[in-house]
Design a binder for this molecule. Structure first.
Ligand SMILES: Cc1ncc(COP(=O)(O)O)c(C=O)c1O
Length: 363
């Protein structure tokens, strides 16, 4: 068996897992629907109590006039940027070189909407005020991703957010929040969702990251903006006749987990400290600012795949199903803390890291 397949298998065979909420299987659906009244009616093409009530709840949470449920964040954000570009009659937006739009959406913004992207900052750090101040291009919108996922979930300071927001407002540039993991960063900022969102003209929130729903996204802003987004949702085929399986499960898991983000954040800091105590391992960021971080190994992918597969088999605890190659010859994987961490006894976690450190020293 190849080392990557062995690692994957050993992870799925492990009795316990440290990160995440658990497997994405039918149990996730069953749990969400167990207590829901069978007479609750489906939404129909974006209308009906089930979708409207949830949208209102999310608009209240985010402190925006209105919110719209979308099947995906990819659809919601391209639409948000399209609306801001049409309004400004400028077909350019600015974002980070590792933003989801730039690296995971097959150039949807460019191909579907003819919108160009201006890349701010470099791949190793978050966007700072200077990057926005020094931008030479005229753009309709700046998009900030909080936290910046591809660099381990790093964040600018809250003061920087306020300054970027004030600058964009003064310049008539719209500010959009890729808040896929917005709830996850609130404990670090020590702010409410609506306080953070007040700095932005439009906001996207994912319903399946820290919240752990099945899929889906919320796009929020003022009513004129969300009304336009509904038209674009229809044009994109995003108005599925019924979205209630996604909405009801998102609502269930939102209620279950939105209050646990501070606990996930503390767990992320604890786990990162344990990784950083091992030879040849460091985390990015060194101290997490949300429930997520990246684990960096100074050894190559294949070496780590074999080592971690052995570790899984010897301890019965799974760390990761994959390891990625890094340009510097090392390797890495991503951690997002969730409900599972507290199910693993502390002694077992300590024993796991003692063993990991031993193995790292022995390479
Ligand atoms: C930061 C960020 N933005 C946008 C998206 C897109 O969300 P979706 O998978 O719902 O299209 C993701 C998904 O991973 C993401 O991590």
């Amino acid at each position: 068996m190849k080392s990557n397949e062995r690692l994957k298998q050993s992870y799925f065979d492990a009795e316990q897992v440290l990160a995440g909420h658990g497997k994405r299987d039918v149990h996730v659906l069953k749990e969400a629907f167990e207590k829901i009244d069978g007479d609750v009616e489906s939404d129909m093409y974006g209308q009906g109590a089930v979708i409207e009530k949830f949208q209102e709840k999310m608009a209240d949470l985010l402190g925006k006039e209105s919110a719209v449920f979308f099947p995906s964040g990819t659809m919601a954000q391209q639409i948000a940027l399209r609306i801001w570009c049409d309004a400004a009659r400028i077909r350019k937006v600015a974002y980070h070189p590792l933003s989801h739009l730039e690296i995971h959406e097959e150039k949807g913004l460019q191909e579907l909407h003819g919108i160009e992207s201006v890349l701010l900052a470099d791949k190793t750090r978050v966007i700072e005020l200077e990057d926005v101040l020094q931008m030479e291009d005229e753009v309709a919108c700046v998009l900030l991703e909080l936290p910046q996922r591809e660099i381990g979930g790093q964040l600018p300071s809250y003061e920087t957010l306020e300054q970027i927001s004030a600058h964009c407002r003064a310049q008539g540039i719209k500010l959009h929040l890729d808040g896929a993991r917005l709830l996850e960063v609130l404990p670090y900022y020590d702010k409410t969702a609506s306080e953070v969102c007040a700095l932005f003209d439009s906001v996207y929130l994912s319903l399946y990251k820290g919240i752990g729903g099945i899929a889906g996204a919320i796009l929020a802003g003022d009513k004129e903006f969300t009304d336009q987004s509904k038209v674009w949702k229809r044009r994109h085929g995003g108005d599925l006749i019924s979205l209630y399986p996604y909405i009801l499960s998102a609502d269930y898991y939102f209620d279950k987990r939105s209050g646990k983000m501070a606990a996930y954040y503390e767990q992320a800091k604890e786990l990162a400290r344990l990784f950083n105590g091992c030879e040849g391992i460091s985390t990015l960021p060194v101290e997490p600012v949300s429930n997520m971080f990246h684990v960096h190994f100074s050894h190559p992918k294949e070496t780590m795949e074999a080592l971690l597969a052995d570790l899984h088999q010897e301890t019965g605890i799974g760390l990761t199903s994959y390891v990625k190659e890094l340009e510097n010859g090392g390797s890495s994987y991503e951690v997002s803390m969730g409900d599972l961490y507290e199910t693993v006894p502390k002694e077992k976690v300590e024993a796991l890291f003692a063993k990991l450190n031993e193995k790292m020293k022995a390479i």
